[in-house]
Design a protein around this ligand. Sequence first.
Ligand SMILES: [Zn+2]
Ligand SMILES: [Zn+2]
Length: 139
Amino acid sequence: MPPGDGPARQHEHRADHPPVACDACEDVLRARGSHSPSFLLLDTLRVPVLGCDDHLEQFTTICGYTTTETPALLDHRPAGGVSCPSCGLAPHTPGQPVIPVHDGAVATLLCPEHQAALVSRFQTGLDTHHQLTESLDTP
Ligand SMILES: [Zn+2]
Ligand SMILES: [Zn+2]
């Protein structure tokens, strides 16, 4: 059978995000709602995050470049929960954007305001990370 000419492939794609190369992330993101999020504590931000353990670690490390504090990753809701009421509602909102992390992706369950703040921190962290790895690669 020539490729691409078979019976219509059942390619159901119900996820509201592009496919993620990391299967473990993809699993968690698809099943969001049945996974309880981890919590990234980054300065004053308390960020409920979904993703596989590996990519959550990487995400935490990269965000950590933007602060002098060491960010923490909790596997449970922190005492007092999330301080922003809008963020508290975010987990129930469908279509949360995901942030690509290498070959994986994490979903942050934040209100649009905090989401934007976190994404810009992450971008800054990525830039720093690239600069660091570039200078390490240079003999
Ligand atoms: Zn992953
Ligand atoms: Zn918020």
